[in-house]
Design a protein around this ligand. Structure first.
Ligand code: ADP
Ligand code: MG
Length: 379
C-alpha cells in the first residue's frame, strides 16, 4: 500500500488526518540464537518487510489502536488505566510500550494509531518487535522526547514485553528493528550492548538468502522459552559465573565436566559454541569470505536441533531439503518450535533449492531477501 493509501486508511478509521507515519522492520537472525538472554553475541539483520504506524495525538487521554492485519476494529484504552496484565490480544504490545515510556518519565499522552504490516505475523521474523519499535519511535518523536538513543528505545520495548506482556524475552529483536542499517548485519554484544554494523552485501557476491516460513508454531513454544532460560541460568549458577556468556570456548570441556546433568550440559554446549559461531561469522564477513559462513550456519542448526532442542520436524525438513539441493548453509532462525529457516545459496542455485524446499514442505512461504534499513519516519 502506498503512503497516500495508508494515510487514507487512517482517515477511514479515525475520521481525521494523521500527523505522520513511521516504519519498523522485522528481522532475521543470521547467527547467535538463544544467546541474547545469556549475555552473549547475536548477529541479526533487518528485513525489507516493515510494520507501519500512522499516528495522531489525542488530548483526551485515550489510546485508540487499529490494525489492518487484525479483526475486531478499534481498541480503545484510557492511558491512565494502563497496567501490566490488564490488556488482551494484540493491543497489549503497543499499550505496553506507551505504559513503559510513561513509567520511564516520558510525558506521552493519548493517540490514534493505525498499523499495517508486511512482516509475516507469528513467523519467527519478529512482527511483535516491529510493532513495539514502530510504536515507541512514533510516540517519542511525535511528543518531542529528546535524548533517547535507538538502543535505549529498544531496551524500553524489551522491558515493556517483559513487564507488561509478561514474556521473558531478550533484547535482540527490538535492537535489530531499531538499530539495523541497510546492507549490514548488526553484531551486537548483549553484555554492554556494543554494536557494530557489518557489511553483508549478498547480491555483490552472487549469493542469495532465502527465508522459509514453515507457517507452523507449536503450542508449547512460549512455555518452553521460559524453561530454557531458567535452565541456562541454573547452569551458570552451578558454574559460578554471572551468565553462560562467561564460559570461554576453550573452557567448554571443563565446564561440561562440572555440570551435574545432561540437560544443563546440552544447554551450555549450545550457548558456548553459538557465541563462538557468531565470532566465526563475523571474521568471515570481515575477510570477505561470505560463502564460507554456510557451514557455520548449518552447524548452528545442528546445535539448536540436538543440544538446545528447539527445532521441529518442519524446520529440519526445510534445512535438510535445502542442503541436499546444494545450499551453502541453512538453519532455523528465531526462537524455534516453528517459524522460519534461512538458507544461503549461490544465486544460480536459488530456483532449484527453492523448489526442493517447496517440494519437501508444500505449505512453506519463501522469499529471497537482503538487509534493509532499521526503524524510521516515513513522512
Ligand atoms: P513473531 O514476532 O515471530 O511474528 P509473536 O508471536 O512474537 O510472533 O508476535 C505476533 C503477535 O504480535 C501477534 O499475535 C499480534 O499480537 C502482534 N502483532 C504483530 N504484528 C501485528 C500487526 N501488524 N498488527 C497487530 N498485531 C500485530
Ligand atoms: Mg515475536
Amino acid at each position: 500500500m502506498t503512503d497516500a493509501a495508508f494515510e487514507i486508511a487512517f482517515k477511514n478509521v479515525f475520521g481525521r488526518a494523521p500527523e505522520g507515519a513511521w516504519a519498523a522492520p522485522g528481522r532475521v537472525n543470521l547467527i547467535g540464537e538463544h544467546t541474547d538472554y545469556n549475555d552473549g553475541l547475536v548477529m541479526p539483520f533487518a528485513l525489507p518487510h516493515t510494520t507501519r504506524a500512522a499516528v495522531a495525538r489525542r488530548d483526551d487521554g485515550l489510546l485508540r489502536l487499529h490494525s489492518a492485519d487484525m479483526d475486531g476494529g478499534v481498541v480503545e484504552l484510557p492511558v491512565a488505566d494502563l497496567a501490566p496484565g490488564t490488556t488482551e490480544g494484540w493491543a497489549r504490545y503497543p499499550a505496553a510500550v506507551l505504559w513503559t515510556l510513561r513509567q520511564a518519565g516520558h510525558a506521552i499522552g493519548g493517540a490514534d494509531i493505525h498499523y499495517d504490516s508486511t512482516v509475516p505475523v507469528g513467523g519467527g521474523l519478529s512482527s511483535s518487535a516491529a510493532l513495539q519499535v514502530v510504536t515507541a519511535l512514533a510516540l517519542t518523536e511525535l511528543h518531542g522526547v529528546q535524548g533517547l538513543s535507538r538502543q535505549e528505545l529498544a531496551l524500553l520495548c524489551q522491558s515493556s514485553e517483559n513487564t507488561y506482556v509478561g514474556a521473558p524475552v531478550g533484547v535482540m529483536d527490538q535492537t535489530a528493528s531499531a538499530c539495523c542499517t541497510e546492507g549490514h548485519a548488526l553484531h551486537l554484544d548483549v553484555r554492554g550492548l556494543a554494536q557494530r554494523q557489518v557489511p553483508f552485501d549478498l547480491a555483490a557476491e552472487g549469493l542469495r538468502l532465502l527465508v522459509c516460513d514453515t507457517r507452523v508454531k507449536h503450542a508449547h513454544a512460549d512455555g518452553a522459552y521460559g524453561k530454557l532460560r531458567a535452565g541456562c541460568e541454573a547452569a551458570a549458577e552451578v558454574l559460578g559465573v554471572p551468565a553462560l556468556r562467561d564460559v570461554a570456548y576453550d573452557g567448554l570441556q571443563a565446564a561440561l565436566d562440572a555440570l551435574p546433568d545432561d540437560r544443563l550440559r546440552r544447554l551450555t554446549r549450545h550457548v558456548v559454541t553459538e557465541n563462538q559461531r557468531v565470532e566465526e561469522v563475523l571474521a568471515l564477513l570481515d575477510a570477505g569470505r561470505t560463502r564460507e559462513i554456510g557451514p557455520v550456519l548449518t552447524a548452528g542448526h545442528v546445535s539448536l536441533r540436538d543440544d538446545f532442542q528447539v527445532s521441529c520436524p518442519e524446520l529440519d525438513l526445510v534445512v535438510e531439503a535445502a542442503l541436499a539441493a546444494g545450499a551453502l548453509g541453512a538453519r532455523m532462525t528465531g526462537g524455534g518450535f516453528g517459524g522460519s529457516a534461512i538458507v544461503l545459496v549461490e544465486a544460480a542455485d536459488e530456483a532449484a533449492v527453492g523448489a526442493a524446499v517447496a517440494a519437501a514442505l508444500p505449505q512453506v512461504r519463501q522469499f529471497a531477501t537482503v538487509p534493509g534499513p532499521g526503524a524510521r519516519r516515513l513522512w
